[in-house]
Design a protein around this ligand. Structure first.
Ligand SMILES: Nc1ncnc2c1ncn2[C@@H]1O[C@H](COP(=O)(O)OP(=O)(O)OP(=O)(O)O)[C@@H](O)[C@H]1O
Length: 223
């Protein structure tokens, strides 16, 4: 599903954010992406969803070389990817419902389909009764779940999450991880960047570890 072949990324004026990264995450797999602050986790996720461009190497998404994509084609790959950010990136002056509906509105889906899919996504994250609220009226964990609903509303093949439990307590973090596991069980490929070692240790998912922009470990190949 996601294939990195010798991928490097250097931001202008900086040292390499990613160096010669190669790994494959197959369809339906779930993995954690770990590493110290500045190791390159966010950069790696941004390259997959086209928010940034690699300087070198190839990234295949479903056998499609996204490093060769023209800028105007990037929205087409985004349709297959749900991205969850640590800071939610919700529109504060819109309701929960509107925030989740946005990807479908952009795609020009009919109103009835939008209503049905937004309700299903909000139901999945347990926020159906708060659809008319504004994000400011929700707790941090609830705001994060709105971000998850927005990411899954378009039924993506791949879910990328950047520190989705960063500001949440242990119980909420476990709930969010459980939600990802349920989505993974329906066939969605999940890659989740996290510092939360407690969460990682309790689980047996694959762990890709970055260190100063290099792939320093891949639990699939240990032991
Ligand atoms: N837009 C940018 N311009 C310049 N340098 C950047 C940019 N984004 C990231 N970097 C640099 O690239 C390196 C990797 O950053 P990245 O955000 O990918 O790390 P990270 O592992 O996600 O860190 P954190 O856990 O703190 O979020 C860092 O040295 C960072 O300063």
């Amino acid at each position: 599903m996601i294939h990195f072949e010798h991928v490097s990324k250097v931001y202008s004026g900086g040292r390499p954010a990613l160096q010669n990264i190669s790994f494959a995450l197959e369809s339906g797999e779930m993995a954690f992406l770990t590493g110290h602050s500045g190791a390159g986790k966010s950069t790696l996720l941004k390259l997959i969803c086209g928010l940034d461009r690699a300087n070198d190497g190839k990234i295949l998404l479903n056998n499609y070389d996204i490093t060769q994509l023209k800028k105007q084609d990037i929205p087409f790959i985004r349709r297959h990817i749900g991205m969850i950010f640590q800071d939610h990136q919700l529109l504060m002056d819109h309701t929960v419902y509107d925030n989740v509906a946005i990807p479908l509105i952009i795609l020009g889906k009919p109103a009835e389909e939008i209503r049905r899919r937004v309700s299903a996504a909000l139901d999945k994250v347990g926020l159906i009764d708060k659809m008319k609220f504004h994000p400011i009226q929700l707790s941090g964990g609830e705001q994060q779940r709105v971000g998850i609903a927005r990411a899954i509303v378009n039924k993506p093949m791949v879910l990328l999450a950047d520190e989705p439990t960063g500001n949440l307590d242990d119980k909420l973090s476990k709930d969010i991880l459980k939600l990802f596991e349920e989505l993974n069980q329906t066939g969605v490929t999940v890659l989740m960047a996290t510092h939360n070692m407690g969460l990682i240790r309790r689980k047996h998912h694959r762990v890709l570890n970055l260190n100063q922009g290099r792939l320093a470990g891949d639990s699939q190949y240990v032991g």
